[in-house]
Design a protein around this ligand. Structure first.
Ligand SMILES: [Zn+2]
Length: 83
């Protein structure tokens, strides 16, 4: 995968990773997308927070994130739309 921007990680893919993780953290994205630079994964994580799809801390610490109700609805509607 080419590109080094947060938008290069699909929101649905990122959310799925966080939903599936036992302890969802921004580093879960680093593990799930090993070909993406860590700073890009953190940027994506912050975008998910800005969009209120997840609840957590965006400073780069190891605080565990929570998928918000909005995030769960977003996943459900994306799956229904066949994205
Ligand atoms: Zn923090």
């Amino acid at each position: 995968m080419k590109g080094c921007q947060a938008k290069d990680i699909e929101t649905l893919a990122a959310l799925k990773v966080l939903v599936a993780a036992k302890y969802p953290r921004w580093t879960s994205l680093v593990e799930a997308f090993p070909n993406m630079p860590a700073k890009v994964c953190l940027a994506k994580y912050r975008k998910l927070m800005t969009a209120q799809l997840i609840d957590g801390c965006d400073c780069g610490c190891s605080t565990v994130a929570e998928i918000t109700q909005k995030g769960r609805e977003w996943i459900a509607s994306s799956l229904m739309a066949g994205l």
